[in-house]
Design a protein around this ligand. Structure first.
Ligand code: ADP
Length: 395
């Protein structure tokens, strides 16, 4: 038997105990026989136990004792220890004898408690670990966010540098292209000025007034052309650097166009004229007259350049839908169908431009000026049948 067995009579006296029971409770051999059962219980539990014992005698029935609570027993040396007890009974010589099967569960309890303690410890560790993981995750997330920010910043900076490089490259390209065009375009009018000046000297001595007049006109038109190239160059430079200052003022359109006409008549080809037609009579806009003049100069000088001597140029204005429109129409060479889509591109010259002098910058500048003033430029053209360029400006 690994269990202690104690048999108790109706008065609660131990009849007999097996050696395991004696050993569990720390008694010598036969030391338990004849003693009161309650001696094996801690003092504080004895009274209650006696009531229980009475209850069992009244309704005897095999069962476990103290289900759901820990049973404490008392050794002979006064120390307490946990036990598990099953009860049974038997009758002998008309007497009811109760049998108690007792196991010392000190070791098991200790193990259980140790287990419980280590489980608790484990829970504490787990909680600490969880906290640490949380903290780490948070730190990591922060680092990731910071890194992402950094990467974004870097990308932005790189993009800016790239754009700056690109712009620089474009500007350099533009400069070198312009230098080559300008040096070519300057040479022709300059040599015309030089040769005309020399010829004037000769004709002056011969008294040929008509020839002198012709060469003075040639010098004039060369100078006008040089000026317009220079103007384009300056405009382009300013546009590229974003340095165009806009100074809007009230402009009476008709008066303004009359001035433009007067100024430009001088520069037209022989027999060309500008016919002006402006409605409504008193139309006014709020815009920058310098820029507007520059745009119209460009369009009108194109109209003159790309039409033959003696052809008329039609300058008109009208007003609709809160906008003023300026139209410059010519009866010149027009623009070939396949070139239409490239108009306004920087340096573009139509295939029929031939040896008409030009840089391919004017229209691009006109368009950018128009955009600066919240306006737009449109055109229609008939190859061989003339063109109309229109500037549309908000009132
Ligand atoms: P440029 O006249 O100096 O060449 P523009 O930018 O003013 O430069 O014009 C670009 C091109 O558009 C011209 O070279 C020409 O081929 C074409 N063009 C412009 N205006 C007219 C026009 N009124 N009639 C025919 N072609 C034109």
């Amino acid at each position: 038997m690994s269990e202690g067995i104690i048999i108790v009579d109706e008065r609660g006296q131990i009849v007999i105990a097996n050696p395991v029971a004696e050993q569990i409770f720390g008694y010598e051999k036969d030391g338990l026989s004849g003693v009161d059962l309650e001696i094996l219980l801690p003092l504080r539990l004895r009274a209650r136990h006696m009531t229980f014992r009475q209850g069992f005698y009244d309704h005897p029935q095999p069962r476990r004792m103290g289900i759901g609570r820990d049973l404490q027993a008392l050794r002979k040396d006064g120390t307490e220890f946990p036990v598990e007890i099953s009860l049974s009974y038997t009758k002998a010589k008309g007497q009811l004898l109760v049998m108690a099967f007792i196991s010392d569960i000190s070791l098991r309890k200790k193990a259980e408690e140790a287990l419980k303690r280590s489980e608790e410890q484990l829970l504490v560790y787990a909680a600490e670990l969880e906290k640490k993981v949380e903290a780490r995750t948070m730190a990591l997330n922060n680092t990731i966010v910071k890194l992402e920010d950094e990467v974004r910043e870097r990308k932005k900076a790189e993009e800016e540098v790239r754009r700056a490089f690109e712009k620089e490259r474009e500007l350099n390209e533009l400069k070198s292209k312009f230098v080559s065009i300008a040096s070519h375009e300057f040479r022709t009018p300059l040599s015309a000025v030089l040769s005309s000046a020399a010829l004037i000297n000769q004709y002056k001595d011969k008294g040929d007034v008509e020839k002198v007049g012709k060469h003075v006109a040639r010098i004039k038109s060369s100078v006008v052309h040089l000026t317009s190239i220079l103007n384009d160059l300056l405009s382009l430079g300013k546009l590229e650097e974003g340095k165009i200052e806009i100074n809007k003022e009230r402009i009476v359109v008709k008066e303004f166009l009359e001035e433009v006409r007067e100024e430009l008549l001088e520069t037209l080809k022989v027999g060309q004229d500008i016919e002006l037609h402006c409605t409504p009579e008193g139309a006014e806009i709020n815009s920058d007259p310098r820029i507007l003049r520059n745009m119209l100069f460009n369009l009108i000088s194109n109209a003159s350049k790309y039409s033959a001597q003696g052809k008329k140029i039609f300058l008109s204005c009208d007003q609709q839908n809160g906008k003023v429109e300026f139209h410059v129409r010519d009866e010149g060479i027009g623009i070939p169908e396949e070139d239409l889509k490239h108009m306004f591109e920087r340096f573009f010259r139509a295939s029929n431009a031939g040896n008409v002098q030009g840089t391919g910058l004017g229209l691009n500048i006109v368009k950018r000026y128009a955009e600066l003033l919240n306006g737009s430029v449109l055109f229609t053209s008939q190859y061989g049948g003339g063109s109309t360029f229109s500037i549309s400006m908000p009132l």
